[in-house]
Design a protein around this ligand. Structure first.
Ligand code: GRF
Length: 216
């Protein structure tokens, strides 16, 4: 069974979505450990509640932080690292070591609105459609080959929180699905593109008024 190491910095709703998908048997994987750079991250509490080893790792010394992440996940036999609301930039050395086995979720349609407030940046720009993206992490920020995307409409009267909530519901679908596709061996990185080979679909879980990329 695929063991997943999760990196989280905040409330951990994406982590929760992964835990739930594993428990429901939607993905043949288990969360082996959670590491956060924020000792107060509720994500750590969520992990503990499910009997998952949860670690705070001080990121003020990035080298030490990454050595700890690497040791914890390697010792657990993690086959995939998932950035689930993890707000740090990983070093090129760390990414090189895990490239192809480390993915991330971003709350905007990359390459638009990279950075730490994709939802707010999109709203302030005045876009009519935004969404979320899962991608392999490479040595640049929010830049690696894209796995899945989903498009979400911006509504009149949306504020940042309303829009972020609408996007978050879809993040909770495409991140577990990306782990599922990885576990099935269906993700083929070909340069900048990720080819998703034939197989099952999660369109039975599709939310109304959301456009999902092929492979979902
Ligand atoms: C999510 O929108 C995630 O994409 C962003 O932070 C938000 C909260 O994530 N990085 P979570 O609830 O901590 O998973």
């Amino acid at each position: 069974m695929l063991k997943v190491g999760v990196l989280a910095s905040g409330s951990g709703t994406n982590l929760q979505a992964i835990i739930d998908a594993c428990k429901e048997g939607k993905i043949n994987a288990e969360v082996a450990a959670v590491v956060s750079d924020n000792r107060d991250a509720f994500a750590l509490e969520r992990a503990r509640k499910h009997g998952i080893d949860a670690y705070f790792s001080d990121a003020s010394d990035r080298k030490k932080h990454e050595e700890e992440i690497n040791k914890i996940f390697s010792d657990k036999g993690a086959g995939l690292i998932v950035g689930a609301g993890y707000m740090r930039i990983l070093s090129p050395q760390f990414v090189q070591k895990w490239y192809g086995r480390i993915i991330n979720i971003h709350p905007a349609l990359l390459p638009s609105f990279k950075g730490t407030d994709g939802q707010g940046d999109a709203l302030r720009y005045g876009v009519k459609i935004t969404g979320c993206t899962t991608h392999f992490i490479d040595e640049k920020t929010d830049h690696g080959p894209i796995i899945l995307q989903a498009a979400v409409r911006v509504h009149e009267g949306d504020d940042r929180d309303k829009l972020a909530k609408r996007i978050l519901r879809v993040e909770h679908q495409i991140l577990p699905r990306s782990i599922d596709l990885f576990e099935q061996g269906r993700l083929k990185i070909e340069g900048r593109r990720v080819r998703i080979t034939e197989g099952d679909s999660w369109m039975k879980y599709a939310l109304p008024d959301v456009l999902y990329s092929e492979g979902f």
